[in-house]
Design a protein around this ligand. Sequence first.
Ligand code: AHR
Length: 335
Amino acid sequence: MAIRKRIFGAVGVVAAGALTLGLAGCAGGSDEENSSEPVVDGMTTVGFVAVGPEGGWRNANEQAVKDTFSNAAGFELKYAPAASPSDQQSQLDAFATFVNEKVDVILLTATEASGWEDSLKLAKAAEIPVILLDRGVEAGEDLYVTRIAPDNYKVAYSVGSWAVDTFPEGAKYFVLEGVPGLSVVTERNEGFDAIVSAVPGFTKVGAQTANWSTEEGKSVIDAVLEANDNDIQFIFAQNDEMGIGAAQAVTAAGLVPGTDVKIATIDGTRGALTALAAGELSFVAQYNPFFGDVVFDVVSKTLRGDAVQSNISVESATFDSAEAARAALDAGLGF
Ligand code: AHR
């Protein structure tokens, strides 16, 4: 496998380099050989086809990846955020560039689930392993090494089981969805519906995307409350930012968030935990962004040629009260 050969080559070089350095140390040698800077050709190049600025969760996750694949750790990370959170073409272009540059491994967080087959086949032909972060793609599992993410179905199922416990008689509810066409949106709906749709008394008034944004979360719920004469008891927001927008809409309608309308969200940002501590949100399911170490482990194993599970899920927590939120904030769990 070219990569292993190159890596092996690089390792050889480093060892030789180190050796040279050692000798050079003894025998003098050039400035470059004696510098403490890692030898560039000994670096493992990682191409990160990322989403870029999109909210609290995205910032935390992409920073965790950047912190992990540092120069000091022997990596050259090429970070390519999308032109916008829904601009797939810029991601496809960055992916193709990484294949042409013969990076050692590609990390991909897709802005869309479909449209990746050809790119993945190109990488496979070039023997460049691809590791999916957070979001899945509609392509054969033989075209990528693994997907690393918290289990979206399980995380959303925890929201559903909280709702069933909280509303034993059922409730009229609305769902704020993330960007359409994403695996996480589908998986979160499946996990939530798996438990709520089986319980009598739960009436789904509707669902609409708010594109992960607070502003859109507010404007969608403004319209929903008006259209339903404020007769909504529960809102499931697929991420924190939209949920915080929903709470603003509930307040603007003269209702009390957490009392008249209960709101549950997914992510676990500092903003959401603070709103939960204040009683404006009622439940927050963490979608743990801190899995840089897991990605590092998978990259190392893959480049060594070791086998890796085809799906790796990252553990996440849930917060169901103001006390739990305060404890989480004190423990620095918010991001
Ligand atoms: O793909 C994960 C989702 O993307 C997060 O839940 C959301 O906040 C982000 O924008």
